[in-house]
Write a protein that binds this ligand. Sequence first.
Ligand code: COA
Length: 374
Amino acid sequence: MTASKKTGGLAGVTAGSTALCTVGKEGAGLTYRGYDIYDLADNASFEEVAYLLTHGKLPNPAELAAYIARLKTLRGLPEKLRQVLEMIPANAHPMDVQRTGVSFLGNIEPEGDFSNQVAVADRLLACLPSMLLYWHRFHQDRTRIETETDDDSVAGHFLHLLHDKPPSERHRKCLDTTLILYAEHEFNASTFAGRVITGTLSDMHSAITGAIGALRGPLHGGANEAAMALIEKFSSADEATAGVLGMLARKELIMGFGHRVYTTSDPRNAVNKRMSKMLANEAGDMTLYDVSEAVEKVMWDEKKLFANADFFAASVYHFMGIPTYLFTPIFVCSRITGWTAHVMEQRANNKLIRPAADYIGPGLQKFVPIDERK
Ligand code: COA
Protein backbone atom coordinates (compact mmCIF):
# COMPACT_ATOMS: atom_id res chain seq x y z
CA MET A 1 0.00 0.00 0.00
CA THR A 2 1.30 3.46 -0.82
CA ALA A 3 1.89 5.62 2.27
CA SER A 4 -0.55 8.55 2.42
CA LYS A 5 0.38 11.90 3.99
CA LYS A 6 -1.29 10.73 7.22
CA THR A 7 0.51 7.37 7.42
CA GLY A 8 3.76 8.51 5.79
CA GLY A 9 7.02 9.54 7.44
CA LEU A 10 7.36 6.04 8.95
CA ALA A 11 4.80 7.08 11.60
CA GLY A 12 4.19 4.19 13.98
CA VAL A 13 6.76 1.99 12.22
CA THR A 14 9.27 0.21 14.45
CA ALA A 15 12.60 0.61 12.65
CA GLY A 16 14.95 -1.22 15.04
CA SER A 17 15.61 -1.76 18.72
CA THR A 18 17.36 0.32 21.37
CA ALA A 19 18.28 -0.01 25.03
CA LEU A 20 18.87 3.73 25.35
CA CYS A 21 15.51 5.35 25.70
CA THR A 22 11.74 4.93 25.93
CA VAL A 23 9.52 7.71 24.61
CA GLY A 24 5.93 7.78 25.87
CA LYS A 25 6.00 4.07 26.68
CA GLU A 26 3.03 3.01 28.76
CA GLY A 27 4.02 2.69 32.42
CA ALA A 28 7.49 4.17 31.79
CA GLY A 29 7.17 7.52 29.97
CA LEU A 30 10.47 9.10 28.98
CA THR A 31 13.45 7.17 30.33
CA TYR A 32 17.19 7.03 29.58
CA ARG A 33 18.57 3.50 30.07
CA GLY A 34 15.67 2.84 32.43
CA TYR A 35 15.97 6.02 34.51
CA ASP A 36 12.97 8.34 34.65
CA ILE A 37 13.62 11.74 33.08
CA TYR A 38 12.18 13.54 36.12
CA ASP A 39 14.58 11.73 38.47
CA LEU A 40 17.47 12.69 36.22
CA ALA A 41 16.34 16.31 35.75
CA ASP A 42 15.83 16.80 39.50
CA ASN A 43 18.78 14.88 40.90
CA ALA A 44 21.53 14.33 38.33
CA SER A 45 23.97 16.61 36.54
CA PHE A 46 24.19 16.67 32.74
CA GLU A 47 27.63 15.03 33.00
CA GLU A 48 26.13 12.08 34.91
CA VAL A 49 23.50 11.73 32.18
CA ALA A 50 26.11 12.04 29.42
CA TYR A 51 28.16 9.31 31.09
CA LEU A 52 25.06 7.14 31.51
CA LEU A 53 24.30 7.38 27.79
CA THR A 54 27.78 7.08 26.34
CA HIS A 55 29.43 4.81 28.93
CA GLY A 56 26.45 2.57 29.68
CA LYS A 57 25.82 3.20 33.39
CA LEU A 58 25.57 5.99 35.95
CA PRO A 59 29.08 6.88 37.16
CA ASN A 60 30.18 6.44 40.77
CA PRO A 61 31.81 9.51 42.38
CA ALA A 62 35.34 8.58 41.26
CA GLU A 63 34.21 7.83 37.70
CA LEU A 64 32.30 11.12 37.51
CA ALA A 65 35.26 13.13 38.79
CA ALA A 66 37.56 11.46 36.25
CA TYR A 67 35.02 12.03 33.44
CA ILE A 68 34.61 15.73 34.28
CA ALA A 69 38.39 16.14 34.44
CA ARG A 70 38.79 14.38 31.08
CA LEU A 71 36.13 16.50 29.36
CA LYS A 72 37.90 19.64 30.62
CA THR A 73 41.10 18.55 28.88
CA LEU A 74 39.22 18.05 25.59
CA ARG A 75 37.84 21.58 25.16
CA GLY A 76 40.73 23.01 23.17
CA LEU A 77 40.50 23.63 19.42
CA PRO A 78 43.38 22.82 17.04
CA GLU A 79 44.77 25.83 15.17
CA LYS A 80 43.55 24.53 11.79
CA LEU A 81 39.99 24.22 13.11
CA ARG A 82 40.14 27.77 14.46
CA GLN A 83 41.19 28.97 11.01
CA VAL A 84 38.23 27.17 9.43
CA LEU A 85 35.83 28.64 11.99
CA GLU A 86 37.17 32.13 11.30
CA MET A 87 36.48 31.66 7.59
CA ILE A 88 32.80 30.84 8.14
CA PRO A 89 30.88 34.09 7.56
CA ALA A 90 29.39 36.04 10.47
CA ASN A 91 25.92 35.68 8.98
CA ALA A 92 26.10 31.88 8.67
CA HIS A 93 23.65 29.91 10.78
CA PRO A 94 25.51 28.50 13.80
CA MET A 95 24.06 25.05 13.07
CA ASP A 96 26.05 25.19 9.84
CA VAL A 97 29.10 26.20 11.87
CA GLN A 98 28.74 23.12 14.05
CA ARG A 99 28.10 20.90 11.03
CA THR A 100 31.25 22.17 9.33
CA GLY A 101 33.24 22.08 12.59
CA VAL A 102 32.43 18.42 13.27
CA SER A 103 33.06 17.47 9.66
CA PHE A 104 36.43 19.26 9.64
CA LEU A 105 37.42 17.67 12.93
CA GLY A 106 36.83 14.33 11.20
CA ASN A 107 39.63 15.31 8.80
CA ILE A 108 42.22 16.38 11.32
CA GLU A 109 41.29 13.94 14.11
CA PRO A 110 39.90 10.97 12.12
CA GLU A 111 38.25 8.26 14.14
CA GLY A 112 40.40 5.49 12.71
CA ASP A 113 39.20 2.11 13.82
CA PHE A 114 36.10 1.92 15.97
CA SER A 115 38.04 1.05 19.13
CA ASN A 116 38.36 4.83 19.63
CA GLN A 117 34.64 5.49 19.54
CA VAL A 118 34.16 6.40 23.23
CA ALA A 119 37.09 8.82 23.05
CA VAL A 120 35.58 10.45 19.93
CA ALA A 121 32.21 10.78 21.70
CA ASP A 122 33.90 12.47 24.69
CA ARG A 123 35.89 14.78 22.42
CA LEU A 124 32.80 15.92 20.52
CA LEU A 125 30.83 16.53 23.71
CA ALA A 126 33.69 18.57 25.17
CA CYS A 127 34.50 20.70 22.13
CA LEU A 128 31.13 21.45 20.49
CA PRO A 129 30.48 24.49 22.75
CA SER A 130 34.07 25.62 22.13
CA MET A 131 33.65 25.54 18.34
CA LEU A 132 30.35 27.34 18.42
CA LEU A 133 31.39 30.09 20.80
CA TYR A 134 34.85 30.56 19.29
CA TRP A 135 33.11 31.38 15.99
CA HIS A 136 30.42 33.48 17.70
CA ARG A 137 32.83 35.60 19.74
CA PHE A 138 35.27 35.94 16.83
CA HIS A 139 32.57 37.60 14.73
CA GLN A 140 30.59 39.39 17.47
CA ASP A 141 33.47 40.72 19.55
CA ARG A 142 36.37 40.50 17.09
CA THR A 143 38.28 38.44 19.61
CA ARG A 144 40.01 35.06 19.55
CA ILE A 145 38.90 33.46 22.81
CA GLU A 146 40.62 30.78 24.84
CA THR A 147 38.14 27.90 24.90
CA GLU A 148 39.65 26.04 27.85
CA THR A 149 37.82 27.32 30.93
CA ASP A 150 38.00 25.90 34.43
CA ASP A 151 34.22 25.32 34.69
CA ASP A 152 33.37 21.77 35.70
CA SER A 153 30.16 21.53 33.68
CA VAL A 154 29.29 21.79 30.00
CA ALA A 155 26.59 24.31 30.96
CA GLY A 156 29.04 26.47 32.91
CA HIS A 157 31.61 26.26 30.10
CA PHE A 158 29.00 27.30 27.53
CA LEU A 159 27.71 30.32 29.46
CA HIS A 160 31.22 31.37 30.50
CA LEU A 161 32.44 31.43 26.87
CA LEU A 162 29.27 33.20 25.72
CA HIS A 163 29.22 35.97 28.33
CA ASP A 164 32.96 36.10 29.03
CA LYS A 165 32.38 35.46 32.74
CA PRO A 166 31.27 32.50 34.86
CA PRO A 167 27.45 32.31 35.08
CA SER A 168 25.29 32.53 38.18
CA GLU A 169 24.60 29.14 39.72
CA ARG A 170 20.90 29.51 38.91
CA HIS A 171 21.54 30.06 35.20
CA ARG A 172 24.11 27.29 35.05
CA LYS A 173 21.70 24.88 36.70
CA CYS A 174 18.81 25.83 34.40
CA LEU A 175 20.94 25.31 31.29
CA ASP A 176 22.21 22.04 32.76
CA THR A 177 18.61 20.85 33.22
CA THR A 178 17.65 21.67 29.64
CA LEU A 179 20.74 19.75 28.47
CA ILE A 180 19.48 16.72 30.43
CA LEU A 181 16.02 17.02 28.86
CA TYR A 182 17.41 17.34 25.33
CA ALA A 183 20.03 14.56 25.63
CA GLU A 184 18.19 11.63 24.12
CA HIS A 185 14.87 10.79 22.46
CA GLU A 186 14.94 7.36 20.78
CA PHE A 187 14.52 7.25 16.96
CA ASN A 188 13.84 10.94 16.31
CA ALA A 189 14.76 12.24 12.85
CA SER A 190 18.34 13.32 13.57
CA THR A 191 19.22 10.21 15.56
CA PHE A 192 17.74 8.00 12.89
CA ALA A 193 19.73 9.89 10.24
CA GLY A 194 22.86 9.23 12.30
CA ARG A 195 22.01 5.54 12.60
CA VAL A 196 21.43 5.24 8.85
CA ILE A 197 24.89 6.70 8.22
CA THR A 198 26.42 4.49 10.91
CA GLY A 199 24.76 1.43 9.36
CA THR A 200 27.03 1.77 6.31
CA LEU A 201 30.03 1.39 8.70
CA SER A 202 30.95 5.03 8.17
CA ASP A 203 32.80 7.02 10.84
CA MET A 204 31.32 8.83 13.83
CA HIS A 205 32.05 12.34 12.48
CA SER A 206 30.03 11.57 9.34
CA ALA A 207 27.09 10.28 11.39
CA ILE A 208 27.10 13.37 13.63
CA THR A 209 27.49 15.76 10.69
CA GLY A 210 24.39 14.21 9.11
CA ALA A 211 22.50 14.30 12.40
CA ILE A 212 23.23 18.02 12.83
CA GLY A 213 21.87 18.63 9.33
CA ALA A 214 18.65 16.80 10.23
CA LEU A 215 18.24 18.60 13.56
CA ARG A 216 18.55 22.01 11.93
CA GLY A 217 15.08 22.02 10.34
CA PRO A 218 12.14 23.82 12.02
CA LEU A 219 10.07 20.64 12.24
CA HIS A 220 12.78 19.19 14.52
CA GLY A 221 15.35 21.06 16.65
CA GLY A 222 14.91 24.36 14.84
CA ALA A 223 11.49 24.68 16.52
CA ASN A 224 12.95 26.34 19.65
CA GLU A 225 14.22 29.28 17.57
CA ALA A 226 10.93 29.48 15.67
CA ALA A 227 9.01 29.42 18.98
CA MET A 228 11.05 32.39 20.21
CA ALA A 229 10.36 34.30 17.00
CA LEU A 230 6.66 33.69 17.61
CA ILE A 231 6.38 34.71 21.26
CA GLU A 232 8.50 37.83 20.96
CA LYS A 233 6.08 39.19 18.37
CA PHE A 234 3.44 39.70 21.07
CA SER A 235 3.49 42.26 23.87
CA SER A 236 0.61 40.85 25.94
CA ALA A 237 -1.34 37.66 26.56
CA ASP A 238 -4.43 39.10 24.82
CA GLU A 239 -2.41 40.03 21.76
CA ALA A 240 -0.93 36.50 21.70
CA THR A 241 -4.36 34.88 21.93
CA ALA A 242 -5.73 36.93 19.04
CA GLY A 243 -2.54 36.47 17.00
CA VAL A 244 -2.43 32.69 17.35
CA LEU A 245 -6.16 32.34 16.65
CA GLY A 246 -5.50 34.23 13.40
CA MET A 247 -2.56 31.99 12.53
CA LEU A 248 -4.63 28.87 13.11
CA ALA A 249 -7.41 30.28 10.94
CA ARG A 250 -4.82 30.74 8.20
CA LYS A 251 -3.69 27.11 8.77
CA GLU A 252 -0.21 28.19 9.84
CA LEU A 253 1.96 25.88 11.94
CA ILE A 254 2.66 27.05 15.48
CA MET A 255 6.21 26.04 16.24
CA GLY A 256 6.89 24.30 19.54
CA PHE A 257 3.55 22.43 19.51
CA GLY A 258 2.68 18.88 18.61
CA HIS A 259 4.73 15.74 18.48
CA ARG A 260 4.98 12.63 16.36
CA VAL A 261 4.96 10.22 19.33
CA TYR A 262 3.34 11.99 22.29
CA THR A 263 -0.42 12.46 22.03
CA THR A 264 -1.47 14.43 25.13
CA SER A 265 1.68 16.04 26.56
CA ASP A 266 5.47 16.14 26.33
CA PRO A 267 6.90 15.26 29.76
CA ARG A 268 9.83 17.64 29.26
CA ASN A 269 7.51 20.62 29.00
CA ALA A 270 6.54 20.74 32.69
CA VAL A 271 10.20 21.12 33.71
CA ASN A 272 10.95 23.81 31.12
CA LYS A 273 7.76 25.68 31.99
CA ARG A 274 8.68 25.76 35.69
CA MET A 275 12.14 27.14 34.87
CA SER A 276 10.70 29.72 32.48
CA LYS A 277 8.40 31.06 35.22
CA MET A 278 11.23 31.17 37.75
CA LEU A 279 13.54 33.06 35.38
CA ALA A 280 10.77 35.48 34.35
CA ASN A 281 10.24 36.24 38.04
CA GLU A 282 13.96 36.75 38.49
CA ALA A 283 14.01 39.14 35.51
CA GLY A 284 11.05 41.05 36.99
CA ASP A 285 9.09 40.90 33.73
CA MET A 286 6.42 38.27 33.24
CA THR A 287 5.34 39.41 29.74
CA LEU A 288 7.08 36.67 27.77
CA TYR A 289 5.92 33.99 30.19
CA ASP A 290 2.32 35.25 30.13
CA VAL A 291 2.42 35.35 26.32
CA SER A 292 3.74 31.77 26.28
CA GLU A 293 0.99 30.55 28.59
CA ALA A 294 -1.64 32.28 26.45
CA VAL A 295 -0.31 30.56 23.31
CA GLU A 296 -0.31 27.25 25.15
CA LYS A 297 -3.95 27.71 26.20
CA VAL A 298 -5.16 28.62 22.71
CA MET A 299 -3.36 25.63 21.20
CA TRP A 300 -4.94 23.25 23.68
CA ASP A 301 -8.43 24.80 23.50
CA GLU A 302 -8.51 25.04 19.72
CA LYS A 303 -6.45 22.05 18.52
CA LYS A 304 -5.79 19.84 21.56
CA LEU A 305 -2.11 20.37 20.78
CA PHE A 306 0.36 20.68 23.66
CA ALA A 307 3.69 22.46 24.05
CA ASN A 308 6.66 20.22 23.27
CA ALA A 309 10.15 20.49 24.81
CA ASP A 310 11.10 23.33 22.47
CA PHE A 311 8.39 25.82 23.41
CA PHE A 312 9.32 26.86 26.95
CA ALA A 313 13.01 26.08 26.33
CA ALA A 314 12.92 29.18 24.11
CA SER A 315 12.04 31.60 26.93
CA VAL A 316 14.38 29.80 29.38
CA TYR A 317 17.30 30.49 27.04
CA HIS A 318 16.13 34.01 26.32
CA PHE A 319 16.04 34.89 30.05
CA MET A 320 19.66 33.73 30.33
CA GLY A 321 20.71 36.26 27.70
CA ILE A 322 21.35 33.63 25.03
CA PRO A 323 20.79 34.95 21.48
CA THR A 324 17.98 33.10 19.67
CA TYR A 325 20.20 31.79 16.90
CA LEU A 326 22.20 29.79 19.45
CA PHE A 327 19.13 27.88 20.74
CA THR A 328 19.25 24.94 18.30
CA PRO A 329 23.07 24.66 18.59
CA ILE A 330 22.58 24.20 22.37
CA PHE A 331 20.35 21.24 21.49
CA VAL A 332 23.34 19.85 19.53
CA CYS A 333 25.65 20.33 22.55
CA SER A 334 23.28 18.08 24.49
CA ARG A 335 21.99 15.59 21.90
CA ILE A 336 25.56 14.75 20.91
CA THR A 337 25.41 12.33 23.87
CA GLY A 338 22.34 10.51 22.55
CA TRP A 339 23.65 10.53 18.98
CA THR A 340 27.04 9.06 19.85
CA ALA A 341 25.40 6.46 22.12
CA HIS A 342 23.19 5.44 19.19
CA VAL A 343 26.20 5.23 16.86
CA MET A 344 27.84 2.82 19.31
CA GLU A 345 24.63 0.83 19.78
CA GLN A 346 24.10 0.54 16.01
CA ARG A 347 27.67 -0.69 15.54
CA ALA A 348 27.30 -3.30 18.28
CA ASN A 349 24.63 -5.12 16.27
CA ASN A 350 24.93 -3.59 12.83
CA LYS A 351 22.78 -4.21 9.81
CA LEU A 352 22.70 -1.87 6.82
CA ILE A 353 19.51 0.23 7.01
CA ARG A 354 17.90 0.08 3.61
CA PRO A 355 14.10 0.10 3.53
CA ALA A 356 11.94 -0.45 0.45
CA ALA A 357 9.71 2.10 -1.31
CA ASP A 358 6.32 1.87 -3.00
CA TYR A 359 6.91 2.84 -6.62
CA ILE A 360 4.42 5.48 -7.82
CA GLY A 361 6.14 6.55 -11.09
CA PRO A 362 5.21 5.80 -14.73
CA GLY A 363 5.09 2.28 -16.18
CA LEU A 364 7.89 0.92 -18.39
CA GLN A 365 8.70 3.53 -21.09
CA LYS A 366 10.27 3.13 -24.51
CA PHE A 367 13.66 4.91 -24.59
CA VAL A 368 13.88 7.54 -27.37
CA PRO A 369 17.42 8.61 -28.47
CA ILE A 370 18.21 12.30 -27.87
CA ASP A 371 18.08 13.42 -31.53
CA GLU A 372 14.64 11.85 -32.02
CA ARG A 373 13.07 13.52 -28.96
CA LYS A 374 10.63 16.38 -29.52
N1 COA B 1 0.53 23.92 14.71
C1 COA B 1 -0.63 23.84 14.05
N2 COA B 1 -1.16 22.68 13.60
C2 COA B 1 -0.47 21.57 13.85
C3 COA B 1 0.76 21.58 14.54
C4 COA B 1 1.25 22.82 14.98
N3 COA B 1 2.41 22.91 15.65
N4 COA B 1 1.21 20.31 14.66
C5 COA B 1 0.33 19.52 14.04
N5 COA B 1 -0.69 20.30 13.55
C6 COA B 1 -1.84 19.82 12.82
C7 COA B 1 -1.45 19.55 11.38
O1 COA B 1 -1.61 20.69 10.57
C8 COA B 1 -2.40 18.44 11.01
O2 COA B 1 -3.66 19.00 10.75
P1 COA B 1 -4.63 18.39 9.62
O3 COA B 1 -4.98 17.01 10.12
O4 COA B 1 -5.75 19.34 9.59
O5 COA B 1 -3.79 18.35 8.36
C9 COA B 1 -2.51 17.63 12.30
O6 COA B 1 -2.22 18.55 13.37
C10 COA B 1 -1.56 16.45 12.36
O7 COA B 1 -0.23 16.95 12.10
P2 COA B 1 0.92 16.17 11.35
O8 COA B 1 1.84 17.16 10.70
O9 COA B 1 0.35 15.10 10.47
O10 COA B 1 1.64 15.46 12.55
P3 COA B 1 3.09 14.86 12.52
O11 COA B 1 3.12 13.76 13.48
O12 COA B 1 3.56 14.55 11.14
O13 COA B 1 3.96 16.11 12.97
C11 COA B 1 5.28 17.59 14.08
C12 COA B 1 4.61 16.24 14.15
C13 COA B 1 6.13 17.76 15.32
C14 COA B 1 6.20 17.66 12.85
C15 COA B 1 4.21 18.69 14.01
O14 COA B 1 3.39 18.65 15.17
C16 COA B 1 4.81 20.07 13.83
O15 COA B 1 5.09 20.47 12.69
N6 COA B 1 5.04 20.83 14.94
C17 COA B 1 5.65 22.12 14.87
C18 COA B 1 7.17 21.96 14.82
C19 COA B 1 7.75 21.52 16.14
O16 COA B 1 7.41 22.04 17.20
N7 COA B 1 8.68 20.57 16.06
C20 COA B 1 9.39 20.05 17.23
C21 COA B 1 8.92 18.68 17.56
S1 COA B 1 9.62 18.12 19.11
